[in-house]
Design a protein around this ligand. Structure first.
Ligand SMILES: Cc1cc2nc3c(=O)[nH]c(=O)nc-3n(C[C@H](O)[C@H](O)[C@H](O)COP(=O)(O)OP(=O)(O)OC[C@H]3O[C@@H](n4cnc5c(N)ncnc54)[C@H](O)[C@@H]3O)c2cc1C
Length: 403
């Protein structure tokens, strides 16, 4: 099989425009949105309107070429939407991760609908993002007592007449209170374990849906709200249960959705790591004359090692994205990319900060912010420790990857 990460020349040129835009807009909004815990809707619209491409379908992980009709975004003879998607994700995170989170369709709520939903649900709820009817979606899986062991969740759903009644509590839901709709995972019967779990579409504003904590104060990614959600006798119509309610693999499908998001989640980390390294390199480069030659050589060597490590991470991400585009299994590769790359990116941001000394620690630069932001990446979309277990299990059962 030929592995081909090559983008067409037109697409490369567009990506270069996206990079310039991400640098201008991302860096300009980063500090303020971190301090003010978000951006105003007007500012958000202004930023997004100036983006050289409509990246929202890519951010939603469901492929730009088919949905937006941008047929120039092809790699070789086939759609390369995930390769392009992770590339754009990395570039926007390179500007600032707050910019990536700002994108219309960011978050995995809509990709879950795409994976689990019926064609009608997909048309209404995913198509709604492409049509501009919806902007933010939320993926509400985590509960106060169930994170990594999400299969033990206790939020529940029961049939009533022509609909469903949902009760429970979720936490750490990105975009939660701002989301146009949430995908809430709940069990039809706790005795069934993971086989009882289904995903439900809960539109924002539904009676009984409330946010006791619309913004969880946190270390990084502060411009994106992370909400606690309370569901008290929330009624949704029958067709708001994703897919066929009789299917018992809803939880597996939710895990698959998280799996398809992992190359994207990892691309965030690569973008942030590269941003910190480049800022630190420029900073010390401007001060080069103050370093003794041997000290300068050690700095260059350290920068080289960090850059090569990021390139390894990037290749792991692209390899997983390429497999998604090629229709090959990608679960192990996505977990491997995330488990390996997020701690690497974290160390690179920490070393970049150190390279800049007190200047790196100061709010005069964004590296201290990225130091706080990058920590999230090893936690969300499935903590790194768990991803290592996933890869270990894959290797034990099916051996190493062959392509
Ligand atoms: C900024 C941010 C945004 C988030 N957004 C969302 C969202 O939009 N939707 C959503 O549903 N969730 C979201 N989360 C929650 C996130 O997915 C969970 O935090 C994550 O799954 C870990 O769960 P936990 O926090 O309960 O930690 P725990 O599961 O309690 O884990 C704590 C530690 O123990 C380790 N651990 C747990 N079990 C094992 C095991 N069996 N073997 C080895 N190590 C283990 C973990 O790796 C971790 O290091 C978000 C989190 C953050 C920080």
């Amino acid at each position: 099989v030929t592995v081909d990460f090559q983008l067409t020349e037109d697409t490369r040129s567009l990506m270069s425009d996206v990079r310039d835009w991400a640098l201008t807009e991302g860096r300009a909004m980063a500090r303020r949105s971190d301090r003010e815990l978000g951006v105003s809707p007007e500012m958000r619209d202004k930023i997004l309107q100036s983006c050289p491409m409509d990246v929202s379908p890519l951010m939603a992980g469901h492929g730009a070429p088919d949905r937006s009709g941008n047929k120039e975004f092809v790699i070789g003879e086939r759609d390369g939407s995930h390769i392009l998607g992770v590339g754009v994700t990395e570039l926007t995170a390179y500007g600032d991760v707050g910019l990536t989170m700002l994108m219309r369709g960011s978050g995995i709520g809509s990709s879950v609908v795409e994976l689990l939903g019926t064609p009608e649900q997909s048309e209404r709820w995913v198509g709604g993002i492409d049509r501009g009817e919806f902007s933010k979606t939320g993926f509400a899986l985590t509960e106060p007592d169930h994170g990594s062991d999400a299969a033990g969740l206790t939020s529940n759903a029961r049939r009533q007449g022509e609909g469903w009644i949902l009760n429970g509590r979720k936490n750490m839901c990105s975009h939660g209170a701002e989301a146009d709709y949430l995908i809430v995972f709940a069990t039809l019967d706790p005795a069934l374990g993971h086989r009882g779990i289904r995903g439900f579409i809960v539109p924002g504003g539904t009676a009984g849906l409330s946010f006791p904590k619309p913004y969880e104060p946190k270390m990084g990614i502060r411009s994106t709200p992370t909400a606690e959600i309370l569901l008290e006798d929330v009624v949704v119509p029958f067709d708001h249960c994703l897919g066929d309610p009789e299917r018992t693999d809803g939880f597996g499908q939710a895990m698959a959705a998280l799996g398809s998001a992992r190359p994207y989640a990892t691309a965030f980390a690569v973008g942030v790591g590269q941003a910190a390294l480049d800022v630190a390199r420029d900073f010390v480069g401007a001060e080069r004359s103050v370093f003794a030659p041997r000290r300068w050589e050690r700095i260059e060597e350290s920068v080289h090692r960090m850059n090569a490590a990021l390139e390894r991470c990037r290749l792991l991400v692209r390899s997983a994205a390429w497999r998604m585009d090629a229709g090959l299994p990608y679960g192990r590769e996505g977990s491997q990319a995330k488990a390996y790359s997020c701690p690497v990116a974290e160390r690179i941001v920490a070393r970049s900060l150190l390279l800049m000394g007190a200047e790196g620690y100061s709010e005069r630069n964004l590296v201290e912010k990225w130091y706080r932001d990058v920590k999230t990446m090893d936690i969300w979309e499935g903590a790194g420790n768990i991803q290592k277990l996933v890869v270990g299990r894959h290797l034990a059962t099916s051996g190493p990857t062959t392509i």
